[in-house]
Write a protein that binds this ligand. Structure first.
Ligand code: AMP
Ligand code: MG
Length: 326
């Protein structure tokens, strides 16, 4: 069985092809880049996806070395995401499914990040730390769903890092730039905001931007942003591990690439005798493979999804019934 997955929730238009047993045959993508100093403009990102979708499809098919007709199932990112971007992927998936007369499976983007992490690391039943431009959640499987144990109350961590980076004139994406500068920074105090199991990053962002106006240097601010936000996440993740009694941590999403974050979570795991896993870099970013793989899992477990809503811009991780978890 071959599943083609389409990702188009935000900046990335991606197509992945996987077999029913999780062999990855193609992972192609094209990323919309906003103009310098600007955030993502949904209409422009959608236009980018529309322009590049056929080219990415051709690239994925030639990488997998198969004709389009060999595809058995079309899966697509149905949400959460930006409506104009989601619509490009959904319409493309519907067209392909009609043309090939093959089933279509709408996939929740966040579940894609989790499942590609489990597939590529062999983590079995981890506490998942999912950090991206649009999400910051600490998640664990319980009774048929991926439940959210803690999450941001305001902006996601990736977004906080990007807005901070823009505020101090660094290029996008901001996370890697901040990571570089942080290497030569020292600690200055920023607000540390954990409320129960939830987190807040907007106050830290404002405080850091204000300190920049007071001439605190970029290196110290970058270091302190990282130390504060990552320590908050490590605290909440440790508590989730203790509550659930699980013995693995899986770090996924674009921010997973950060070495300092990996180091802090790894050390916490070591102290608790838990195993630490990080999704490989090429699958940490938004990609079509993760969507194809959830399509395969859903199909293999006999999952049926009605197609009432073509897109679900506010679909939440814990609204999805997980029929394949063992
Ligand atoms: P995603 O939304 O999953 O595609 O992830 C994109 C986010 O990951 C952006 O906010 C980036 O700034 C962030 N990111 C990428 N690499 C790093 C890094 N090395 N450290 C921190 N954040 C990162
Ligand atoms: Mg994502």
């Amino acid at each position: 069985m071959l599943v083609l997955g389409i990702e188009s929730t935000a900046h990335t238009f991606g197509i992945g092809i996987v077999t029913g047993s999780g062999k990855i045959l193609a992972n192609e993508r094209s990323v919309y880049k906003p103009t310098l100093g600007k955030g993502i403009i949904p209409k422009d990102a959608a236009e980018h996806h529309e322009n590049d979708k056929e080219m990415i499809l051709d690239k994925a098919l030639s990488k997998a070395d198969i004709p389009l007709e060999d595809i058995d199932i079309i899966a697509y990112s149905c949400g959460a995401g930006l409506p104009p971007c989601l619509l490009v992927g959904a319409n493309f998936a519907l067209d392909l499914s009609k043309k090939l007369n093959k089933p279509i499976i709408p996939v929740c983007h966040q579940i894609g990040h989790i499942e590609i992490g489990r597939l590529t690391t062999n983590a079995e039943d981890p506490v998942i730390v999912y950090l991206s431009g649009g999400n910051s959640q600490v998640i664990a499987y319980a009774e048929g769903r991926y439940r959210i144990f803690g999450e941001t109350e305001d902006i996601p961590l990736g977004n906080a890092l990007d807005v901070f980076a823009r505020g101090i004139s660094l290029p996008m994406p901001g996370g890697p730039e901040i990571e570089k500068l942080a290497k030569s920074g020292k600690y200055i105090q920023l607000p540390y905001v954990v409320k129960g199991m939830d987190l807040s990053f907007s106050g830290i962002l404002t405080a850091a931007l204000n300190k920049f106006k007071e001439n605190v240097n970029k290196e110290d601010l970058s270091f302190s942003m990282q130390e504060t936000c990552f320590a908050m996440l490590t605290e909440v993740t440790e508590r989730a591990l203790a509550h659930t009694g699980k013995s693995e941590i899986l770090l996924v999403g674009g921010v997973a690439a950060n070495k300092r974050l990996q180091e802090m979570l790894d050390r916490m795991c070591e102290e608790r005798g838990a195993k630490f896993y990080v999704v490989p870099y090429e699958y940490s970013m938004d990609n079509g493979v993760m969507i194809a793989w959830v399509g395969a899992l859903a199909h293999n477990s006999g999952w049926k999804q009605d197609l009432e809503d073509k897109i679900k811009p506010a679909w939440r991780t814990d609204q999805v019934e997980i029929t394949w978890f063992k």
